[in-house]
Design a protein. Structure first.
Length: 278
């Protein structure tokens, strides 16, 4: 096939075109190719600025993502615990009858009755729980107590299992620790008119759950939450369900006790909302 372009007049062959044309064409081709293969490099200043921007974005974003992740993990654990406690109440109640069949409601607490109650009403409905012996103290003493309120104050509650005081503590294989009280306080006056308080068995039982065993922060509203189980009505619900939203918000705050933070999570649709004292 003959080349149609003719770079010289008078019918001269195309292969005699000026050498300068071919050189220019070659130079243009090489320049275009090299610009595509090797783009212009960033300067050191541009690289440092880019890395700085990436670092700032990461510093602002990663903590927020981690916070959301921890909140979701907390909610998921609480949902699971709520299901476990509800099943214990229903299964144990249906199979064993009302709690007063084992507990003399209103009578003074004693160790043998408490131990037998947990062996029949609780432990068979858990998957091989680790039971802390009566009298042991798994939590370290932090100055007059073992756990903190949301406001940082140490709580005087004795987080120590003691059947003689109607208290039991056990841990499930997923790392959740349960502290259960089957007692309440009964106030009476003695012969001299002095008020005395006595531990008596109760059908309503307080259940404290620690989501991460005995590890810190050991604080209400962060890793410690409270349920109330009623073995007469066969219900399990957060402590404080009868309170108003205003009362719950005042308690579940940075300056509050944190006793009712679980209720706030439930009322917010099983979610740790933006106004939660996290």
């Amino acid at each position: 096939m003959s080349l149609l372009l003719n770079f010289r007049g008078g019918g001269a062959p195309a292969n005699n075109a000026p050498a300068s044309f071919w050189n220019n064409l070659k130079r243009i081709f090489l320049l275009e190719t090299s610009s595509k293969i090797c783009p212009v490099a960033f300067t050191l200043a541009e690289v440092l600025i880019t890395l700085g921007v990436i670092g700032i974005v990461a510093a602002l974003t990663i903590p927020n993502l981690m916070g959301k992740y921890k909140k979701q993990v907390t909610v998921n654990k609480l949902k699971k615990i709520n299901t476990v406690l509800s099943q214990i109440v229903l299964q144990s109640g249906n199979e064993n009858g009302a709690a007063n069949g084992f507990l003399p409601i209103g009578q003074t607490v004693d160790a043998k009755t408490t131990e037998n109650y947990f062996k029949n009403y609780w432990f068979p409905y858990l998957n091989a729980p680790t039971i802390f012996p009566s009298g042991t103290a798994p939590y370290p003493n932090i100055g007059g107590g073992f756990i903190k309120s949301r406001n940082g104050n140490v709580i005087g509650i004795s987080f120590v299992p003691a059947y003689s005081s109607g208290r039991a503590m056990f841990q499930t294989n997923d790392g959740v620790l349960f502290f259960v009280l089957v007692m309440s306080w009964k106030d009476e006056n003695d012969a001299d008119g002095n008020q005395i308080s006595t531990k008596v068995f109760s059908e309503k039982q307080s259940v404290y759950v620690d989501l991460n065993e005995i590890k810190p922060p050991n604080t209400r509203g962060l890793d410690i939450f409270q349920f109330i189980l009623d073995f007469e009505k066969l219900t399990a619900q957060p402590s404080g369900m009868n309170l108003t939203d205003a009362q719950i918000k005042a308690n579940c705050s940075y300056s509050g006790g944190g006793d009712y933070c679980l209720v706030k999570i439930v009322r917010d649709g099983w979610e740790i909302a933006d106004d939660y004292p996290w």
